[in-house]
Each structure stands twice: as C-alpha cells, then as structure tokens.
Design a protein around this ligand. Structure first.
Ligand code: PHE
Length: 510
C-alpha cells in the first residue's frame, strides 16, 4: 500500500526521475552513473546526478560518495625527454664514462646539469672526484648497469604517461620524489558515486511508475498533430537549481557611454573629439583664462617635457588677437585682464584639463551657426586619487551655436539630458568660469543630497570674437564618472575602473 504522502511524491516525479528509478530498478537497485550511461539509460552524468539528487531529497534514493586519489603525469615533457640523470649518464658514457663537470654543464643547458648531478649522487649513479680546480664525474657500476635498464621512477613515469593510475599501485616514496621534482607527478582526486534505491524508492517502483513522455517546449507540430493530448508537460519551476550562466557583455562604462551618445544624437547633436596634448594657448588662453589663474598652476595641470612647447606661429594672427584680448580686450568691448600676456606660458605643452579645449578648436574650424555638437572624452588633472577624484576622467561636453539660443534654452537642454538619464530633480546655481557669462553650475538630487555635476554658460565675446562668431554659443561640461556613480549608486569612483571581473559578471546592475 502506498501512503498518501507517497502518492504525492509519486505524482511529483519528473520524467527523468521516473526514468532513473526504472533504470535503477533494472540494475538491481544499486548502480553508478557510469554504469547507467554505459547501458544507454542516460547520456550525460549531469543528467543522472540531477535526477538522483532530486530523488535523494525526496527520500527515494541514496547517493554515496567515495573519494579516491589518482596520480597523473603533470609534466608531460618528461615522458619525452627523460629524467635529467638519465640524459647525464648517457652523455658521460659517450665521453668514455668520465667527464668534467663543466663539460656536462655545456652539454646540458638551462642549469639541468645541476639537477642531474644532484640525482646522480643521490642515486649512486656517479662519483665526483676533485682533480685540481675541476670536478670529475665517473659512472659507478650501478650507473653503468643503469644504461641498459629502466630505473623504478622511470617505470612509474612510463606507466603514468599512458594515463592516470589509482593510488596504491606505486611505491609512495617514488611518488613523493617525483612530486617534489617540480610537480612532475600530481594528484587527481576523483569522486566515485554510487546510487542506491531506498525502501521508499522501492515502494514507489512497486506501486507502478507510468513513464509518459514529458514535453518541455510546445511546438506547432505538437499542437497540429494532436499529440499534445498524450504527453505530459514538464512543470516549470523557477526555483530549481540551475548553473549560473554569464553571457558576454560590454563594460558598464562602455554601455553608459553608448547611452549618452545615443541621447545626444537623438537630440540632433553630432560628436566631435580632439587631441589629448595641446598648448596652453588652446586649453586656457583662447578660453580667456587669465595667465595668473590657479588652473595654470603645476598642481592642477600636467605640463609635458616632451614636447615641452608648441610653435604657435602658424596662426600668428590669432595669437596676436588673443594677446590683445588678454591685455586690453582688443576689439571685443572688454577691458581684458590687463598686464602683460606671456607667449611662453601659452606655448607650454600640456594634457588637456577639459574638453572645452576641443570645443573651442572645433568652433575655430566651424564657426557657422546653427550647430549642435558634443564630445565624450578623457581629460587630465593633477588630482590625488581618492573616493571621488581621479587624475584621468571623462567629460561630457556640448555646445549649441544658434541665433535664437539663450540662457533658458541652456537650462532646459541640461534638464532634458538628465531627465532622460533618469534624474528629475536638478538645481541650478550661479557660478564663475572665465570663458562664460552668465555661468552656472548644476546639481542633481541623489540619495538624499545634492551632488554637483558640472558647469555651463554662454561663451563670452572675448572667447568667440576671434572666430567671427556673432550668435550665442551655449556650452556645458560635466563629469561622466559622476553620472555613472549616481546611476549605479557607487560610492567610490575607483570601483568603476578596477574592473573586478567577478563583480562585473555577477553584479546585476553592471
Ligand atoms: N570646462 C568646465 C569644467 O571643466 C565646464 C564648462 C564647460 C563650463 C563649458 C562652462 C562651459 O569644469
């Protein structure tokens, strides 16, 4: 009689579990996965073991595991080249049974002679006698006899070269020596599993198991042929254990970069980029950054020693114009910064400190309105590395050159970008940049606090006048990594670049 509980178990059995129970019954109640596969009942060990472990949790099967140690030849090379002392006795024999140790060193490269001599002595295959400054190796009687017969450790190597051998067959001392010889021989621990049907399992089999084909996937053929009436459908259990599967994917920063690019191009922008190395002239002077501005100081900017400076004479007119703008405003209506503008300072080669340098070189080549361009590129500042700073980071920068452009448009563009990125709360406050007027900084509300993201403004006439730009140029630049931190709630900027492969694989946000 099958109890109520057993009936429940019986009905819950999957097709494979039933199949395994029947195959085990046919095998007399005890079997191994290998035997079952050998008999053709199953094709894969995982298939057997998957069903077996389910049956075991249901109390119908018992799985016994027994570990056994096998020895394997880890150094396959030695099977071909032979042991160093074998090669040494052959070399010494060819030399007449006697040989200078330095001559053996010449005959055996890579310091193998030292290994050989150690074992020649230890195995008593050769004697070493001092002769003045040199040492002479002479084959012993055992050494000579060994020329025509295999040594016990060589026999072990020969055996293992054919395949793994279970522990117990060889002298453990020989194995220990071979393991010590840079791991020539290694252990392979194998688990032998035996499956046994329990009393409950026997009861279940006795009560009759109906093996009905189980279908995991519905096909049109199954429906059309009417075959669906005769089959069982496999129950879908989302809680079933399954091996983790990690498909290939792009680095999160690459994906976010692609998202930013898509957003801008959707808004009608085109991408541009420029050089990492620029003269201070373009990174700072053209942008009307005064020559005594703190951004010029060594602690903020990476100045280069090779190239140390740039020759600006190929655009001498512009250099003269910028000099005047700095000293007295030139024709721009500004009074400039006053003082003397230094050409040497402007010639200095440096790593760009902002992508605004590329914006202005872009404008110098394409001053025409209307234009909407953006860049997403790396910049460099002499920052000490900490949780929120890196000396290399990425800026998202954009400009709009348009007759109708104005401050409201600038704010709504920034707001639109961030809201598309998923941040709805943005706060604007007045700021200062030497190249824009008005200037603003914006912050995003995240995790209960306001975080600064970047700056923006409308380029001053001192900046755009040399290129003949008459209409307003809206410009903004903000941190790409900051955006990533906000998006994924990352507290430490360094985590973005450490690229812990395990975290990248398993962290669902990445
Ligand atoms: N260049 C500024 C920075 O690096 C950002 C900015 C760009 C500000 C354009 C105004 C206009 O912080």
């Amino acid at each position: 009689m099958v109890s109520m509980m057993d009936k429940e178990i019986l009905e819950g059995l999957s097709y494979n579990e039933k199949r395994l129970l029947l195959a085990m019954d046919a095998a007399g109640g005890v079997s191994t996965p290998e035997e079952l596969i050998g008999k053709g009942a199953f094709t894969l060990e995982v298939e057997v073991m998957g069903s077996a472990s389910w049956l075991s949790t249901k109390g119908l099967m018992q799985i016994d595991e027994e570990q056994s140690i096998f020895y394997v030849l880890a150094d396959e090379e030695v099977a071909k080249t032979g042991l160093a002392e074998r090669r040494a006795i052959e070399i010494i024999d060819k030399a007449g049974g006697r040989m200078d140790m330095s001559a053996l060193a010449d005959a055996m490269p890579n310091g193998e002679d030292k290994i050989a001599v150690g074992w020649l002595k230890r195995k008593g295959l050769a004697d070493i006698v001092k002769d003045g400054d040199s040492k002479i190796l002479t084959l012993t009687d055992l050494g000579k006899a060994t020329l025509s017969k295999r040594m016990p450790d060589e026999e072990v190597i020969d055996e293992l070269a054919k395949g793994p051998v279970a522990k117990g067959r060889f002298d453990e001392k020989i194995i220990k020596d071979l393991k010590g010889r840079q791991g020539m021989v290694a252990e392979d621990i194998r688990v032998k599993r035996t499956l046994r049907i329990t009393d409950l399992g026997k009861e279940a089999i006795a009560s009759g198991i109906e093996l009905k084909e189980e279908v995991a996937q519905v096909t049109d053929n199954l429906i059309q042929s009417g075959k669906w009436k005769d089959v069982d459908f496999r129950k879908y259990d989302v809680q079933t254990f399954a091996p983790a599967f990690y498909p290939a994917k792009k680095h999160p920063l690459s994906r976010l970069g692609a998202e930013v690019r898509k957003l801008y191009t959707d808004m009608g922008f085109t991408e541009f980029d420029g050089e990492y190395v620029e003269p201070a002239f373009w990174d700072l002077d053209v942008l009307f950054v005064p020559q005594d501005h703190p951004a010029r100081e060594l602690q903020d900017t990476f100045y280069l020693s090779n190239p140390k400076k740039f020759d600006l004479s190929s655009y001498e007119d512009l250099v003269q114009m910028v000099k005047k703008i700095h000293e007295n405003g030139g024709d721009t209506g500004s009074t400039g910064w006053g003082g003397k503008w230094s050409r040497e300072m402007a010639e200095q080669a440096m790593l760009r400190t902002h992508t605004t340098v590329n914006t202005i070189t872009y404008i110098s080549k394409h001053p025409e309105a209307p234009a909407k361009v953006f860049s997403l590129s790396r910049i460099f500042r002499k920052e000490s590395i900490d949780a929120t700073h890196l000396p290399e980071f990425t800026q998202i920068e954009g400009i709009v050159i348009d007759e109708n452009a104005n401050f409201d448009m600038l704010i709504s563009l920034i707001k639109e970008f961030y809201s598309k990125m998923g941040f709805d709360q943005i706060r604007i406050r007045p700021a200062y940049f030497p190249y824009t007027e008005p200037s603003l900084e914006f912050e995003v509300f995240f995790n209960g606090k306001w975080m600064e993201l970047g700056g923006a403004g409308i380029f001053r006439p001192e900046v755009v006048a040399p290129f003949g730009v008459k209409c307003p140029v809206l410009a903004w630049g903000f941190g790409f990594e900051r955006l990533a931190m906000l998006k994924w709630n990352i507290k430490d900027i360094r985590d973005l670049y450490i690229s812990d492969i395990d975290d990248l694989k398993k962290n669902p946000t990445f």
